[in-house]
Design a protein around this ligand. Structure first.
Ligand SMILES: C[S@@+](CC[C@H](N)C(=O)[O-])C[C@H]1O[C@@H](n2cnc3c(N)ncnc32)[C@H](O)[C@@H]1O
Length: 233
């Protein structure tokens, strides 16, 4: 576990900007499609539900979608659900934008920005019905672990923007981080574990190249599935 349990989300960045080289097609797609399908990071923000064609549909937040393989597939498979993907990696955003256009996906919108700042600065209370965090950066070196997204301050921070009963679904191939996530969420008063310890694989989650890489290294995949407690009245 990290030493500094009091660290607030946003104090330390959970990412570093990696290679942002893009093919001319991706560059063109980003320039043309981001103004259409991205929500700008503009605190204090607006009602993100209102940007979707079906604003009343359930809305799922995905933090760090990478190249967006699972994101696009889930959105296409579930037209009755809205998805908001937040990612800092520009080539990933550009790839997903192209897929939104090509596959005519109307229930997926993106924010190209730090998800911690997005949640903190521009999302209203009780906005989301679920949250996906698939293979968050594990920051394996001890001195980097302060960068991990899932720290003790994270569950209450996330809980504010989730509706009562909303789920949080986390997946990692990094064993030690998986145990940290479990410990942190089990200790959080806002959430309850829907399983004993780790969850079984959720069969509806598409397998991504990232997961394949972990499996190729014989890493076990750990899944966690929690829900936000519903207040007893
Ligand atoms: C290890 S990759 C996994 C990508 C994807 N979820 C998958 O399963 O293939 C983690 C991703 O999270 C993104 N990320 C990390 N911290 C973030 C933050 N605070 N806001 C948005 N994206 C973030 C990184 O840019 C990276 O693309």
């Amino acid at each position: 576990m990290p030493q500094d349990d009091a660290r607030a989300p946003g104090e330390v960045r959970t990412y570093v900007i990696r290679n942002t080289n893009m093919s001319p097609q991706r560059r063109e797609a980003y320039r043309r499609l981001c103004p259409i399908f991205c929500i700008p990071y503009e605190p204090p923000g607006r009602d993100v539900r209102a940007v979707f064609e079906q604003p009343e549909a359930p809305l799922i937040l995905e933090i760090g979608f990478g190249m967006g393989y699972a994101t696009v597939e889930l959105a296409e498979r579930n037209p009755g659900v809205n998805y908001l993907g937040v990612e800092v990696h520009k080539p990933g955003v550009a790839r997903v934008l192209r897929q939104i256009e090509k596959r005519e996906i109307s229930n997926l919108r993106l924010v190209h920005h730090d998800a911690v700042e997005v949640i903190r600065d521009m999302i209203a209370d009780e906005t989301f019905d679920g949250c996906h965090i698939f293979f968050p950066d594990p920051w394996p070196k001890k001195r980097h672990q302060k960068r991990r997204l899932v720290q003790p301050g994270f569950p209450p921070f996330l809980a504010r923007v989730l509706r009562p009963g909303a789920y949080v679904y986390l997946v990692t191939d990094w064993e030690e981080y998986a145990h940290q996530m479990l410990e942190v969420f089990e200790a959080a008063a806002e959430f309850e574990n829907r399983h004993e310890g780790f969850a079984p694989r959720q069969e509806w989650r598409p397998r991504t190249p990232f997961e394949e890489k972990g499996l190729a290294k014989d890493h076990q995949i750990h899944e966690l599935y929690f829900t936000k407690k519903v207040p007893v009245v």
